[in-house]
Every structure is written in structure tokens, then in C-alpha cells.
Design a protein around this ligand. Sequence first.
Ligand SMILES: [Zn+2]
Length: 255
Amino acid sequence: MFALLRNRRRRRVLTRAAIPDSLWNATLAATPVLARLDSESQQRLRDLALLFLHEKRFEAAGGLHLEESMRIRIAALACLPILELGIDSYDGFQSVIVYPDEFLVRDREYVDDDGVVHSSDDVLSGEAWEQGPVILAWKEVEASGHGDGFNVVAHEFAHKLDLLDGTFDGMPPLHAGMRAKEWIAAFQAAYDDLRARLERGEETWLDPYASEEPAEFFAVCTEMFFDVPEEFRTEYPMLYAQLSAFYKQDPARVA
Ligand SMILES: [Zn+2]
């Protein structure tokens, strides 16, 4: 759409509105991965979160009472991955739906490797579809961003970034200066290694869920990148370097 108009509107939002201090401070206090950002980054995150709150529609589902403090916490967590990428990265969708707890998706259809269509009932803590809403369980949002390797918000929004090029394949559109060959080499090796370890019945540092498909691998790695960056850099230095180039952040340095 009209970028000039949109940018003017965004500037107006930023000069006329603000996330109240008390609610912002409560968000930081509840979310250690945001609290450890330097103050300049926190201010940028606060601006992004404000734009996010203005531009996205929040919908409560399953009887949830969605308070302002909850919307702010979701917006702040959602904007961490795009801290250096900008709010434009989230232009492709309009709404965020929040359930109180893990939610049931009935009759989910999927096609297996042999082309057979199955349907099942799935219990999910979050979900993101191309051009569709991001769906989150509040209980899982509350557990996100504590620096212990869990962040459903980073996970679902990583899917949105992955989908920016129209494919759900674990490879978002790379920036100028990044090489697809290096990205693929780093990710493929780690992904194959994870699957091989799981096949041998070994314990793995990454959640086995990451082995489901490359898109999930990227989303789980994004969670770890922001939540336990130092450990992630030690376990997967090549992936860390690629994610650091993509997100334009070096969270292990500030952690
Ligand atoms: Zn996922």
C-alpha cells in the first residue's frame, strides 16, 4: 500500500501515543529476555510494540479476558525478532487470536509423504498460517521469554518471517550480503544431525519437535536464539552466525 501515507501515520502514532510506563515496566519485569536488552533497544522495542498494537487486531477466544497488559506483553515479545527488521516485516497479516490455554484444532487435514490425506484433532500452543492470523495460547505466552529455552511467540512469528517469500521451508528471504548457500549448508547439516541423533535414540539439546520439518527447525532455533543465545552459540555456532545475520542481532553478546 501507499508507503508514504503509512509511514506518516506511523510517525503520528509514535508522537501522539505511548505505552504507559507502568504497563511497559511490568512487561519488562515479567520477561527477562526483554529486560536484558540495552535501554536504546528497549525504547525501539517499545515503539515497535506500539505500532504493532495499533496495526494488528487482537481477538480473544475460548472465553479469555484479554487485558491491555496482555496485549502489550504479546506485542513486545512479537517485536523482539523484528527489532532490527522493522514493522513492515509483519505487514502480511492482520490479527492475533489468543486462547486461554492450549487449544484444540479439530479435523486438521494433512497429506503424508505418500500423498494420503489424514485428518486429526491437534492440541496446539500456537499456530501461524500464511496470510492468516497468528494464534497463541496465553498460558504459553506467559511462559515465554524467561531465558530457559521456551518462546512460543518468537516461534510463531518466526513462521511469519519464513513465509515472507511465500514458502514455508525454514528459509526466510535473506538480506543482501547473506549467502543462500551458507544458510542452507549450516541449516541442513544441523537438521540432518538432529534427525540422525533422534533415530539413534539420543538425547538432544534441541526440542525433537524441530526435526518435524525444516520450517519447524527454523522456528525452534529462533526460540533458542532469543531465549538461550549463549548456549545456542556454543551448540550451533554456524546457525548462530546465520540467524545473527538474518535478525541483525547478537543476543549472546548482551545476554
Ligand atoms: Zn511451528
